[in-house]
Design a protein around this ligand. Structure first.
Ligand code: UDP
Ligand code: MG
Length: 334
């Protein structure tokens, strides 16, 4: 496949003046209570810049009035572009679609629930203007999150840090600014199980961290129940680490050595004391080994399933319709 985008240099000189400088992209899933307020806040912040901007809203298969609201926003403000998915594809995929559709030189990814305060964009942009290409917004404190969420997040980030080789800054969500160069690289990566934070750390470039305090959700509830969080972590681990697979090897070796020692002891007992008994211990050992084997089969299955998803080459998402004003020099890369 010929790359559409690598040849396009994002330098000021070749930048189409009619395209916006900033894109703010937000994945939105059942946020009808928050969306109007989110829109107001983002517009208020972005209007402080002298340059043009666009707000790309991805409707991730919302079942409430979110899409109707988006239609209204688009009708009253042409800077709002709406990508309407055919169903719910998930947070990470919605962000990916946002990157595909964004046209700006600097692209800000932000949650639509106002947990990522839009005012921080001012600082992200400042760092970008000073030459940073990936600007992370790092939470210094989280307000109004459950202890369970805080604890699982802490375990998750530590685990990722230990078993993967990429450096994902602690306590960063998806709230960040990406330079056009980085976006062009990221949209070339079409893997199905996407852990966007990992990907944007993996690509390199000049990365900078800006601290902020994470707010409570403005309204509604989290769209990440435990099972979704588990899937999210599995995607993160399997896309950046083979450690779980390698565990099988070291476990196998350890058990083999232990059983070798056991065999020697059993043989010695048989020779010197005459008999060894113990059906129970045999049974326990067999069950134990069976359990271990099934666990590792399961781990292999996790990877295998993901490989299967890749080879099928289905599109990452399906767009039902897009609300935007057509632009002569722009077409979506995928
Ligand atoms: N979201 C989405 N699709 C989903 C789940 C969530 O687009 O399947 C959006 C949601 O509307 C919000 C953002 O992703 O803008 C983050 O979700 P949420 O606030 O539920 O996650 P949390 O902050 O609890 O991790
Ligand atoms: Mg949230």
């Amino acid at each position: 496949m010929v790359s559409l985008y690598h040849s396009q240099q994002p330098d000021e000189a070749t930048h189409d003046e009619t395209l916006p400088v900033y894109s703010v992209i937000a994945p939105v899933f059942n946020e009808e209570e928050t969306l109007p307020h989110f829109y107001e806040t983002v517009i208020h912040v972005m209007e402080q810049f002298k340059e043009d901007f666009e707000l790309v809203l991805i409707n991730d298969g919302s079942s409430d009035g979110t899409y109707t609201l988006m239609q209204e926003l688009h009708a009253q403000d042409s800077r709002v572009r709406v990508v309407n998915f055919s169903r719910n594809f998930g947070h990470q995929i919605a962000i990916s679609a946002g990157l595909d559709y964004a046209r700006g030189q600097a692209v800000v990814i932000i949650d639509a629930d106002l947990q990522d305060p839009p005012e921080v964009i001012l600082e992200l942009v400042k760092a970008w203007k000073e030459g940073a290409e990936v600007v992370y917004a790092q939470r210094t404190r989280r307000q109004g999150e459950t202890l369970f969420k805080l604890a699982t997040a802490a375990v998750f980030y530590r685990l990722i840090e230990r078993i993967t080789s990429i450096k994902i800054p602690r306590n960063t969500g998806d709230f960040r600014l990406l330079d056009r160069r980085v976006v062009n690289v990221m949209i070339e990566m079409r893997e199905q199980h996407r852990f966007m934070r990992g990907l944007s750390a993996w690509v390199g470039f000049k990365q900078v961290v800006v601290p902020y305090v994470r707010h409570e959700r403005f309204a509604g509830t989290t769209k990440y129940p435990f099972m979704k969080m588990l899937k999210f972590s599995l995607d993160a681990i399997t896309s950046f680490s083979y450690v779980p697979l390698k565990l099988a090897t070291s476990f196998g070796f350890t058990l083999a050595i232990i059983s070798l020692i056991g065999i020697i002891i059993a043989a010695a007992l048989r020779i010197f004391t005459g008999a060894i008994s113990g059906q129970a211990s045999t049974l326990i050992l067999v069950l134990f080994l069976g359990g271990i084997q099934l666990i590792f089969l399961g781990i292999i299955g996790e990877y295998l399933g993901r490989i299967y998803d890749e080879v099928r080459k289905r599109p990452l998402y399906i767009v039902h319709d897009v609300l935007e004003q057509k632009h002569p020099n722009y077409r979506v890369p995928f």
